[in-house]
Design a protein around this ligand. Structure first.
Ligand SMILES: NC(=O)c1ccc[n+]([C@@H]2O[C@H](COP(=O)([O-])OP(=O)(O)OC[C@H]3O[C@@H](n4cnc5c(N)ncnc54)[C@H](O)[C@@H]3O)[C@@H](O)[C@H]2O)c1
Ligand SMILES: [Zn+2]
Length: 364
């Protein structure tokens, strides 16, 4: 037998910047050109975001000399699939994009994941520029390099790790984001505060009104603080083998709640908010966290306008849905449980009855 070892210089992700500000979209062309100069580029958006921002984005790109091909699809998770990706790929191949041509994702997490996937596979990888337009995409999905689409058998089952070349976050676009979507993004911000940053948690609580009014300076600070947390965790664990699991606080419960609601009854952020409450109560049951801390978490979730309880829940169905989550390790359910606001840890081996009690508590 002959063994040839292939050793790559580094498996760490390449470095990239996340630029956060007000009005950055108007400078899109020059920002993209500075990291991915090319005669042509592709831009992907959805039918809700495109009428607001696509023309300005395309104008700016053309002014800096790019030949621009845009691909716009119907908004919503149901478009995040291989057939939409394939249609975008057709459009970009027809337009003769080349290996240096950036693919720009202008939209929420659905656009970011799908455009990221297209950029990862087209011509074996094109530079990806994330231009997140939802709060969730700004603080979560645009950072970290997880890209992909859904399969009939489950969410995010097809994908890759493909880091963006640049993330351009213009908080001005949040003015058109519906309130309900803003609240869903806040669920992930609260999650970041609980796992890593008490100051962030307190900042959200103290600035709720300004956040809802879309005050630019508060939004910029909010996004920057969240992005620092997500970026720090991702840098430590680019391929999700260790500490990145902390980002799943509220998600083991949340995904199960989404699954039993049929992915239509409950938005992801709403399910995460309920999941954070269930995880906090499980932590309380296991004497990991003080009751006052759990109450503070619940109060902030309620103050944001996110759900804190359900009118009914099939606990057995939710419990079995947890086992089909792709992050279940060796049949053990792993939970991220807060120990105080600002710290959480990974716990496994929790008895079924305690998990079911935490689910049941959501309907009380
Ligand atoms: N890759 C990752 O690491 C990661 C992390 C978290 C979530 N995700 C994925 O992100 C997706 C959810 O992202 P999302 O919540 O942004 O959903 P989304 O992209 O569907 O956006 C929500 C809605 O808001 C609209 N919208 C977005 N920005 C707007 C704006 N500025 N003005 C008006 N309307 C706007 C969209 O058109 C859509 O209708 C899921 O598919 C999830 O799997 C990925
Ligand atoms: Zn999430």
């Amino acid at each position: 037998m002959v063994t040839v070892r292939v050793k790559l210089k580094s498996s760490a992700p390449p470095r990239y910047d996340i630029q956060i500000g007000h009005g950055l979209l108007l400078r899109l062309g020059s920002l993209v050109k500075s990291v991915a100069p090319s005669p042509a580029c592709g831009i992907i958006s959805d039918q809700t975001v495109a009428p607001f921002y696509l023309a300005a984005a395309v104008d700016s790109l053309r002014q800096t000399g790019f030949r621009v091909t845009s691909y716009v699809f119907r908004a919503g998770e149901s478009s995040k699939n291989l057939s939409t990706s394939s249609a975008a790929i057709d459009a970009f191949l027809t337009a003769r994009l080349e290996r240096s041509s950036p693919v720009i994702a202008l939209g929420g997490g659905v656009v970011g994941d799908l455009a990221g996937f297209v950029s990862a596979v087209l011509l074996r990888g094109l530079p990806l520029i994330q231009v997140p337009t939802s709060l969730l995409a700004m603080v979560d999905s645009s950072v970290g390099g997880k890209v992909g689409v859904d399969h009939a058998m489950g969410k995010n089952l097809i994908g890759a790790f493909h880091q963006p070349r640049l993330v351009i976050t213009d908080v001005a676009v949040l003015r058109t984001l519906p309130d309900v979507e803003l609240r869903c993004g806040l669920a992930e911000c609260i999650k970041h505060g609980i796992i890593k940053d008490r100051t962030l948690f307190d900042f959200i609580a103290a600035n709720l009104e300004k956040i809802h009014q879309r005050a630019p300076d508060v939004l910029s600070r909010l996004v920057a603080r969240n992005v620092r947390i997500k970026a720090a965790i991702v840098m430590q664990d680019p391929f999700e083998n260790g500490p990145r699991a902390l980002l799943n606080l509220g998600h083991t419960f949340g995904h199960a709640l989404e699954a039993v609601a049929g992915y239509t009854g409950l938005r992801h952020g709403e399910a995460v908010a309920l999941g954070i409450i269930a995880a906090s109560r499980l932590g309380l049951k296991r004497k990991l966290i003080a009751v006052a801390q759990v109450q503070k978490i619940q109060s902030l979730i309620a103050a944001v306008g996110l759900p804190v309880c359900l009118s009914s829940l099939d606990v057995d169905a939710a419990f079995s849905a947890m086992h089909s989550d792709k992050k279940v390790h060796n049949a053990w359910l792993r939970f991220i449980l807060p120990t105080t606001i600002g710290k959480a840890r990974i716990v496994s081996g929790i008895p079924e009855s305690q998990i079911k009690d935490a689910l049941e508590s959501l309907t009380l």
